[in-house]
Design a protein around this ligand. Structure first.
Ligand SMILES: [Fe+2]
Length: 473
């Protein structure tokens, strides 16, 4: 405990002592028959928190059976018994330090006492001793008790985190706890259900009410583990590409984010959006199959080198084709350099022949390419990039996807983080200076695409954009 700042130490001690007082006072005052409810609930709670399911990144896949048990103890036992049950969260077999376990126990007891006092103070009936209750009244009061429990627990936790890590309590609240409020509140409905069923059938209610929750928790935990395995696979692939090609550092994540924005704006189903996110992340994975010397070459590329870079689409498909969970992302990776007018590569597909994923990634890819710093030019503004995308819609890009990206960014804004630090982006220092890249529709590298009809003089002369596009690789 010595590693804690002095204020945090004093605070932890105060919460532990207060919680301890409620536990001892309750233990001395409880009627003997109440222990028949306290003990099984205490065991259930200690087990329930131990079984808290894993969280996965920003996707809060977590189902806990702890909260329903905590609330049920409040409704069944009131301010004498609930603190004893809730102090048992400190018993669970986590790897927390001893004083944090004591703090958790104190926090549980104090929150439960407050929630139970509010419940009883507003006229709530204790369900353990009274199966004949007014249902609407108990329903409303149990919500109030759940809210009190949540707020008390949240505040006690926010203060200890902010004292320990010396950050603003508000930041802690918004950063972590505010997001868990809704799911926790839903668990409270199960808490009421558990308390009501308990008042009729006793401990058997734990099986009736908590078993479905346990099954759901197991399913979600399995799902979270599988997702984590997918993400880990992708992270290692992306890392390999980024090691080889410095320009893709952060690019994959941003293209993925922009693709998701387009997909959602275009009304795509959420399961497809997940696959699209993968496709965006892996769209340039085929660069693993392109010689590093070509990827990092300074200056103009020869025809052969240019062809080698174009091969990254086909190589990308080869690398990921056995990853079944990628589904339609695989075609998206293969065809993300196709153009609506049929002048793209590797297959020269036209319009709707190009899969939706590929049309989306093409727009996201070009947008990120234009709005980040490249060796041969600085980053362009978002407005400039929009203008360029609009000029190229119908020829290079799917107009629907271009407008979807613009509308989504207008509504939600664009976070261009994951870019390289500014000092690493100096056009002449630190980074290899390629003549251009294969994503930027404005990058002229004086090379012609084999399928791009470079001899179409009228187009080249008449439309400067088309000139850019003809030379885009
Ligand atoms: Fe690419």
């Amino acid at each position: 405990m010595r590693e804690l700042p002095i204020a945090a130490r004093a605070y932890v001690t105060a919460v532990v002592l207060l919680g301890g007082y409620f536990v001892v006072h309750g233990a001395l005052s409880l009627a003997p028959e109440d222990w028949k409810v306290v003990l099984p609930l205490a065991v259930l709670l200690a087990l329930a928190w131990h079984l808290a399911s894993p969280m996965q990144g920003d996707r809060a896949i977590s189902i806990s059976v702890g909260m329903p048990v905590a609330l049920a103890s409040v409704l069944l036992l009131g301010p004498l018994g609930a603190p004893i049950v809730n102090a048992c969260v400190g018993l669970n077999a986590t790897r927390l330090r001893w004083y944090m376990r004591l703090f958790n126990a104190g926090m549980g007891a104090v929150s439960a006492w407050l929630a139970a006092s509010v419940y009883v103070g507003l006229g709530g009936q204790l369900l353990a001793s009274n199966a004949d209750f007014n249902v609407p009244r108990v329903l409303v009061l149990s919500f109030v008790a759940a809210l009190t429990f949540e707020v008390a627990n949240g505040l006690l936790l926010v203060v200890v985190i902010s004292l320990t890590e010396r950050v603003s309590p508000l930041r802690v609240w918004y950063g972590t706890l505010a997001q868990s409020a809704l799911p926790m509140f839903i668990y409270s409905i199960f808490g009421l259900l558990l308390a009501v069923v308990w008042s009729y059938v006793g401990v058997l209610s734990a099986i009736l009410v908590l078993a479905p929750l346990m099954v759901a928790r197991w399913v979600f935990a399995e799902f979270a583990l599988r997702q984590e395995a997918y993400e880990a696979t992708m992270r290692s692939l992306i890392k390999s590409v980024e090691t080889k090609d410095l320009y893709t550092r952060g690019h994959s994540q941003r293209v993925s984010r922009a693709s998701v924005l387009i997909g959602r704006q275009a009304g795509m189903r959420e399961d497809r959006v997940t696959t699209l996110r993968y496709a965006g992340m892996l769209h340039d994975v085929g660069k693993l199959g392109v010689p590093t010397a070509v990827l990092q070459k300074a200056g103009r590329l020869t025809d052969d080198e240019y062809e080698a870079i174009q091969q990254h689409t086909v190589r990308g498909r080869e690398i990921v084709k056995d990853l079944e969970f990628l589904g339609e992302a695989i075609e998206g990776i293969l065809l993300h350099h196709e153009r609506i007018d049929g002048r793209g590569y590797p297959m020269g597909k036209v319009g709707s022949e190009i899969p939706e994923f590929a049309r989306i990634i093409a727009v996201a890819d070009a947008f990120d390419s234009m709005t980040t710093t490249r060796s041969y030019r600085g980053a362009r503004s978002i407005e400039d990039a929009f203008e360029e995308l609009r000029r190229c819609k119908g020829s290079q890009f799917d107009p629907v996807m271009v407008e979807a990206l613009i509308e989504a960014i207008d509504a939600e804004g664009w976070d261009a983080s994951d870019t390289l630090p500014t000092e690493a982006l100096s056009p002449t220092e630190n980074l290899p200076t390629m003549a251009s890249d294969d994503d930027d529709p404005t990058a002229a590298d004086h090379l012609s695409l084999p399928s791009a009809a470079p001899d179409d003089a009228s187009e080249l002369d008449g439309d400067p954009v088309d000139e850019h596009l003809t030379t885009e690789r």
